[in-house]
Design a protein around this ligand. Structure first.
Ligand code: FES
Length: 358
């Protein structure tokens, strides 16, 4: 580096702490776009193309959400395809903007060294004025202001930035337009006389089949007669765990004296924390454990919460035995199953209110 180069460097008046000469900055090499107008235009078109890819990505995501047929909601392949296209769209929308911005900075923005003066805490008025000037210079460097108008870049960038959030927001807002009728959360297909059947084979369960200490995963008889989507929705709410305790270990809850049969009790399998299946039964302690966050429910004591984040007991299904010895439900659950939700305490759900305020 020549002495002239060193002297023209913005760092030429700096000396290092150990007293060595300041080597200055390496010689500045202009980029092709700086010296060749054609190359500059080409870089501009490439950047605009990347922003256009982002725009296309957003359109693909919105089209996939609204345009592709989800079927009856139970078609897993259709859902996978929609998710794939939404994913591709969001990916293109984000990467187009990111790569476009990088390409713009590397090829079109001014390429020169900047020196930032630093001062303690509040900067002097002079430095503040300098900062404002830097911002103005930055705006000019970006090409959005000043002599070079770059209308194509501006248009594609503004459009890409303006519509990119739609690829994420539209599906969220679209979901909000769905079915807000939460009353169906309150009820399951359990009802008077519905027999308890094993999950998944649907075999009916007799009281004599249930030995002390055994656990049955249960669905309502007739569930498999529903169409696929309805069956999945109803199964998600109505799965039950059936357990038989030694009757002397069972602490029957007040008002539920006839809800069990000779030590056999049935509780919703849906955790009242955030809805995982509660499926781990500890025979010695009569505890049911939810594997998600370790909420623990005491089956011998009304499935009350003895540990973990769940806030209320598992809802109990009142059961009886019919003339043929099969276990049947006496009624639906008397409170909504699963985690609490915004509307759970409205609409005369007295049991839920009582439990919630305990
Ligand atoms: S879902 Fe059961 S403890 Fe969280």
């Amino acid at each position: 580096m020549s002495a002239a180069d060193k002297n023209s460097s913005p760092y030429s008046d700096l000396t290092s702490a150990n007293g060595h000469d300041n080597p200055g900055l390496p010689h500045h090499r202009p980029r092709r776009a700086d010296v060749d107008k054609k190359a500059g235009k080409r870089a501009e078109r490439q950047t605009a193309l990347l922003f256009a890819i982002s725009i296309v990505g957003t359109v693909i995501a919105i089209w996939a959400y609204f345009g592709l047929d989800i079927g009856d909601g139970g078609d897993v392949a259709a859902i996978q395809q929609i998710n794939m296209w939404i994913g591709i769209g969001v990916f293109l929308a984000m990467i187009g903007i990111g790569l476009g911005a990088i390409h713009w900075a590397k090829t079109l923005m001014r390429d020169h060294e900047m020196v930032e003066e630093r001062h303690e805490l509040r900067s002097s008025d002079e430095a503040r004025a300098g900062a404002i000037q830097n911002l103005k210079d930055g705006a000019e460097d970006s090409g959005l202001a000043g002599v070079e108008r770059r209308g194509l870049l501006k248009g594609t960038l503004i459009t890409a930035l303006a519509i990119a959030p739609l690829s994420v927001l539209v599906p969220q807002i679209g979901n909000m337009g769905g079915d807000w009728n939460v009353s169906k959360f309150r009820h399951t297909i359990w009802g008077p006389g519905v027999r308890l059947a094993r999950d998944p084979d649907g075999a009916l369960i007799k009281a004599s089949d249930v030995t002390i200490g055994s656990v049955f995963h249960v669905i309502p008889d007739g569930l498999h007669d529903l169409d696929h989507a309805a069956m999945m929705n109803e199964k998600a709410k109505s799965v039950v765990l059936l357990v038989r305790l030694d009757p002397k270990d069972l602490n029957v809850q007040q008002g539920r004296e006839d809800w069990s049969f000779d030590g056999i009790v049935a509780y919703s399998k849906i955790c009242t924390h955030v809805g995982c299946p509660v499926a781990l039964y500890e025979q010695q302690t009569h505890h049911l454990l939810c594997p998600c966050h370790q909420s623990t429910f005491d089956v011998a004591n009304g499935a009350k919460v003895v540990f973990g984040p769940a806030k209320r007991p598992l809802p109990q299904l009142p059961i009886a035995v019919d003339d043929e010895g099969y276990i049947v439900a006496q009624a639906d659950f008397d409170e909504p199953i699963g985690p609490s939700y915004w509307d759970r305490l409205k609409g005369g759900d007295d049991t839920a209110v009582e439990e919630e305020t305990r």
